[in-house]
Design a binder for this molecule. Structure first.
Ligand code: ATP
Ligand code: MG
Length: 656
């Protein structure tokens, strides 16, 4: 713990100090990635508290994720400023709601709805609308979206038509289900996740006495990642603040990546208009990344267009030189995944901890091939912000359907012309509502389609490798893959979507699948959508401290047509590419990645560390002698339950 308030300022540069010591009036920090925004506001709070200017209980710091909030609280404690509230908008609102509900409404705060999907199902049934399981999830997602955008049931059809979303059902039907869901929820005196913000805003608006109480408690506000604030969150912030102006916001317009959910950088960019006397600080020194990584990040931003691009800030790296970013082109996706896994192994062998390595991709469905490649290479990994591929509900359901079809010998379920394995798989998935053509738009519907499309690709690869294989062989293959995707226990390599990587950093970052069609994603059509995709790449690049690898594959599967192109965003940046401003790093060039090695199949791996096991006793336990046994049993529990349910459905005795 620093021994004085001034000691809290040590380790900050002059601009960061300006932020940390500007304790009165509105403050806005506009700065690029890695410039120490999060660090500056954390030290600002600590300095204010230690100097006796900000009473700890009067400060509310709002961050984007629970993880970020937890990290900030930990850091504040280390700086001698425990007791400050650092929360997400949601958790701060819930806490307040619990406190003033008895006075505002009477009685206890209604319970939080645990099984929202069940209530949506009930509402749909009462409306005489039949929804299968996946439609149910989609409709639930639509209701959530409607609520965060403050769209009431009657307005839903018009609102969805105006948005770039694809309604999973007739919007009029969704509107009816939404309306009845709200009614049922009221009747059962429950509230859902979205209600927490809506109700807090509503009560603060209608009850000036309660708003006064909250404002007496919280007098100083700090908001991180302000470029992605939603309209509802902004409203809440204004209500908290009232007529006062002790607010400090930090953000980077170039990292706006959630505008598809209604978030907007306008509040950040117009902060000065709203608060003409604001202290505005710009940070340009990048403390996170090497000059090589920063050079690429700057190059990317130099090509950006549109409103956020007008506010871009050139970053200046403060670190020593590191390796050039590596650009690698592979023939196909499995070769790319294998190549990436091999490089990760090399880094780990050279002493980089697995927890300091991340593989980042555009959509979660891309994770499968990396999960497999890392499992094959014996590298522990963890998924952030997504379920493991084989644990996703749609993949489990598809697995069940495939198993049923395999048992039935493929006869009754399959469309007569479905002869080859991939066609059989497509036919079975077709029976669960999947179509070979991707749905338009983004969101949950699209994500699910991508997951099942990944299963079809697996079937195609499998059939190519084993032309005689039958559906039952493929099902066995899926089982084997599901087993090999062991749960990590030690902090492993992070696999995450670019969206989930926001605010985080690693020594080594692998940006994979950088083809046109994946980044930018095919459904990004308008200029604005394309620019948001470019910003996603910027967020990805700037997560790396030292090692940065960018790769892509010319075709999806081995022997494919090779018709893919590297992401258009890399034009002019990757060495040797035509057009655009300047070369990325000079030396090096685009490397040609090796093809895929012959697949070795079948080793039993330790389910804790992933090491291949040879000892008979260890194989039986599926665990190394030295690895702990009491880890993440929950996962295995869930796996066992799933297997038992499958077995019941198929009328087989449970195994495992
Ligand atoms: P992002 O936009 O990605 O959220 P950020 O601007 O919030 O980035 P931080 O995460 O606060 O940046 O800081 C990036 C890294 O640089 C962290 O590892 C942080 O500890 C380090 N850092 C920030 N400021 C300094 C400094 N003055 N001296 C040394 N290291 C610093
Ligand atoms: Mg940050």
């Amino acid at each position: 713990v620093p021994d004085s308030p001034d000691a809290v300022l040590e380790g900050l540069d002059p601009e960061q100090r300006e932020v940390a010591t500007a304790l009165h009036g509105p403050v806005c920090v506009l700065a690029g990635a890695g410039t120490g925004k999060t660090r500056a506001i954390t030290h600002r709070i600590a300095y204010g508290v230690r100097a006796g200017i900000l009473p700890p209980a009067s400060v509310l710091a709002v961050t984007f994720t629970n993880r970020a909030a937890g990290e900030m609280r930990g850091r504040l404690r280390q700086l001698g400023a425990g007791g400050v509230q650092a929360r997400t908008f949601h958790s701060a609102a819930l806490r307040q709601l619990q406190y003033f509900w008895p006075k505002a409404v009477g009685g206890e705060l209604p319970r939080l709805l645990e099984r929202k999907v069940q209530l949506v199902a009930e509402a749909a049934a009462r409306c005489r609308i039949r929804l299968d399981r996946s439609e149910l999830r989609d409709v639930t997602g639509e209701i959530e979206w409607a609520k965060v955008t403050q769209t009431v049931p009657e307005e839903y059809p018009a609102a969805v038509a105006k948005s770039s979303r694809e309604a999973p059902r007739d919007p009029a039907e969704i509107s009816r289900v939404y309306g009845l869901y709200e009614q049922l929820k009221r009747e059962r005196s429950a509230i859902d996740f979205e209600d927490v913000l809506l109700l807090t805003v509503g009560i603060l608006q209608e009850r000036p006495d309660i708003a006064d109480t909250v404002r007496r408690q919280y007098q100083h506000f700090v908001v991180d990642e302000y470029q992605d604030v939603s309209p509802l969150q902004q409203r809440l912030l204004e209500l908290w603040l009232g007529e006062r102006d002790s607010i400090c916001v930090v953000g980077d317009a170039s990292q706006t990546i959630y505008s598809f959910t209604g978030a907007t950088p306008d509040h950040l960019l117009n902060f000065r208009v709203r608060h003409p006397d604001a202290t505005v600080v710009k940070l340009v020194r990048d403390y996170r990344s090497t000059p090589q990584v920063v050079h690429l990040a700057n190059g990317l931003l130099a090509q950006a267009k549109g409103r956020t691009a007008e506010h871009r800030l050139e970053l200046v790296s403060q670190r020593d030189a590191g390796p050039e970013p590596a650009y690698t082109e592979y023939a196909d996706e499995p070769a790319e995944a294998e190549g990436v896994a091999r490089r990760i192994r090399e880094l780990m062998d050279a002493g980089v901890p697995a927890s300091e390595i991340a593989v980042l991709y555009r959509v979660n469905a891309q994770s499968e091939v990396y999960e497999q490649a890392l499992a094959d290479a014996g590298v522990p990994y963890q998924l952030r912000g997504a379920e493991r591929f084989f644990e996703r509900p749609e993949v489990r359901e598809a697995g069940l359907a495939l198993r049923g079809a395999a048992r039935a010998g493929g006869n009754d379920t399959l469309l007569a012309d479905a002869v080859d394995l991939p066609s059989q798989v497509r036919a079975v998935l077709g029976g669960t509502g999947w179509a070979p053509q991707p749905p338009a738009g983004s969101g949950a519907v699209r994500d699910r389609w991508e997951s099942l499309a990944a299963l079809v690709r697996l079937a195609e690869d499998f059939a190519r490798a084993r032309p005689q294989a039958e559906l039952s062989d493929f099902v066995a293959e899926l089982d084997e893959r599901a087993n090999a995707q062991h749960a990590p226990t030690v902090e492993g390599v992070t696999l995450a979507s670019l969206h989930a990587a926001k605010g985080l950093e690693w020594d080594a970052v692998f940006l994979v699948g950088l083809t046109d069609g994946t980044l930018p994603i095919t459904y990004a059509k308008t200029d604005e959508q394309i620019e948001e995709e470019r910003r996603l790449l910027y967020v990805g690049v700037t997560r790396a401290r030292r090692h940065l690898s960018l790769s892509w594959a010319l075709s999806r599967s081995p022997g494919g047509r090779g018709s893919r192109r590297p992401s258009r965003f890399l034009a002019g940046l990757r060495p040797g590419s035509p057009a655009g401003g300047g070369r990325a790093g000079g030396a090096g060039g685009v490397e040609r990645g090796p093809g895929r090695s012959r697949r070795r199949r079948g080793p039993v791996r330790c389910r804790v560390c992933g090491r291949t096991l040879t000892d008979a006793g260890e194989i039986k336990l599926m665990r190394c002698e030295g690895c702990p046994s009491d880890i993440d049993e929950g996962l295995y529990e869930r796996l066992r339950e799933w297997r038992a349910a499958q077995a019941r459905q198929l009328g087989q005795p449970a195994y495992c």
